[in-house]
Design a protein around this ligand. Structure first.
Ligand code: ADP
Length: 474
């Protein structure tokens, strides 16, 4: 399932990236649009409140009270006409103001009354306010006419307390409006009405929307460009990585081929040297024997190196072949220790072995297991100075064999420990001090893991190292 998803993403990466790009653009634009709209609306609110407040003080509260008390009978009076003109003046001063009127409160908070309206003095009504299909005198509000305030929270109180604006826009067939209110208050603090100014914001919203479209397009194109560039870079990078991988593979193939071709002549040389040193071709004098034996040792090392290189290339190419066979563990360890102990003695390193007297028969690959343990032990001796100590401890627990090789040697620097199983990696403290090639641990790890086991270590520089190996017996 996971692999299929990965494949889908790889195959349709461009489409996935593009969809993400669209999604991100849409979200960013939505957020920015709302943020800007709110910011501009807030500015508009502030300006509307300022206009409402400065306009409200132009009205004489006594006049408003007079019209309010008079109702329809006040229409035609000088005071009424004067106030209608004042309202019209306010409206004419700003082209965005559509309606200006004064409302007063009733007993019912959901109902307010018209007191005077800028449209009231138009002799010819122009809008079918009451929606009866005819534009006539009934479309002009008259003092005392009730107005439903149930859906206008500001008119249910706040508009008569202080200058305020509606929190929401009013959207109807006449457009989108923002309403601002400022109370008209008598000297004794009695509120006689509130001046209401409806500002048309349809254009404002259209402009905000219109300026946003190019912005949205710009962000989209920018994201598209970045996405395309990123994908191109990723593709180029992948192509380069594939070339490097292919070269690496070719190198491993070559390494495998060369070491394979070298293996046969090297073992022939080794074999002939053995025959020579055994006297099969006539007795050798002391000097000759010594030299042949030295050559034999070199041949042995060369043969080990060649097979190690062959193993490295096999692991790299995933062609390591494990051949499990019955392994009599006690005899197997005796053989290994027989090659290591002389080295320890020669270097004057104390060698301690803790190996159970009787171990079961295990099913393991002889060559690889031997190579692993021998490499750990010879490393322990190699990287431990004269006078140090090497311990080899073997335990059989729960159908597993666990091997511990510990030493009191130079240790591995902390910063390099994560790389130590890498191919040809040699720690900085060993690199120039002691001979080696960095193949051993790489092959050991490959060999142990291929047999279902684990290999790990603990080390402290200048204190010593402990290598642990765990292998299933069957
Ligand atoms: P080589 O010993 O030939 O260099 P290995 O692959 O066996 O290669 O080991 C890799 C590196 O790990 C060594 O070069 C050395 O830096 C470090 N190392 C391995 N075993 C020990 C050890 N017992 N003590 C300190 N360093 C070790």
């Amino acid at each position: 399932m996971f692999k299929r998803t990965q494949k889908f993403i790889a195959e349709y990466s461009y489409l996935v990236a593009l969809s993400l790009c669209v999604l991100i653009t849409a979200s960013i634009t939505f957020l920015l649009y709302n943020y800007t709209r709110d910011l501009l609306l807030q500015r508009l609110n502030e300006r509307l409140m300022a206009v409402a407040a400065t306009s409200a003080i132009q009205f004489d509260p006594e006049d408003i009270e007079y019209i309010n008390n008079g109702g329809v009978s006040a229409v035609g009076s000088e005071i009424y006409t004067e106030n209608v003109f004042k309202l019209q003046e306010i409206r004419n001063a700003n082209s965005d103001i559509r309606y200006v009127y004064i409302l007063s409160q009733t007993e019912d908070p959901n109902v307010v009354k018209f007191v005077v309206d800028a449209d009231a003095a138009s002799i010819i009504p122009s809008i079918d306010f009451n929606e009866d299909g005819i534009v006539d005198d009934d479309d002009v509000s008259v003092p005392g006419e009730e107005y439903d305030a149930s859906e206008v929270p500001a008119l249910q109180g706040p508009a008569f307390d202080s200058t305020t604006v509606d929190s929401d826009l009013t959207v109807d067939e006449w457009g989108s409006f923002l309403s601002g209110y400022s109370p008209i208050i008598k000297a004794n603090g009695e509120v006689v009405g509130t001046l209401t100014i409806d500002v048309e914001v349809t254009d404002f919203l259209r402009i905000v929307g219109a300026t946003f479209l190019p912005f949205l397009l710009f962000i989209f194109l920018l994201l598209l460009l970045i996405t395309t560039l990123t994908l191109v870079i990723v593709r180029i990078w992948n192509a380069k990585v594939n070339v490097v991988r292919e070269l690496d593979k070719q190198k491993d193939e070559l390494l495998g081929l060369v070491s394979h071709q070298l293996a046969t002549p090297v073992s022939s040389i080794k074999w002939y040297l053995e025959m020579l040193s055994d006297g099969d071709m006539g007795e050798l004098n002391k000097d000759q024997k010594e030299h042949v034996e030295a050559m034999s040792r070199i041949g042995e090392n060369m043969s080990d190196l060649v097979s190690m290189i062959l193993d490295v290339s096999r692991i790299q190419l995933g062609r390591m072949k494990i051949e499990k066979q019955d392994l009599e563990l006690n005899g197997f360890f005796d053989e290994i220790l027989a090659t290591i102990e002389p080295k320890a003695i020669e270097k004057k390193v104390e060698f301690i072995k803790r190996i159970p007297d009787s171990m079961p028969i295990a099913k393991l690959d002889r060559r690889y297991t031997n190579m692993t343990i021998e490499n750990l032990l010879s490393n322990a001796v190699k990287y431990t100075p004269t006078g140090g100590k090497v311990v080899c401890e073997v335990k059989i627990v729960n159908n597993e064999i666990s091997i511990l090789v510990s030493d009191t040697g130079m240790g591995i620097p902390k910063a390099e420990q994560s790389k130590i199983f890498g191919r040809m990696y040699r720690a900085s403290n060993a690199r120039n001090a002691i001979d080696g090639n960095g193949f051993g641990l790489f092959v050991a790890k490959g060999a142990v893991e291929a047999q279902g086991g684990d290999i790990w270590f603990e080390s402290e520089q200048n204190k010593g190292t402990k290598f642990f190996v765990r292998l299933p017996l069957k």
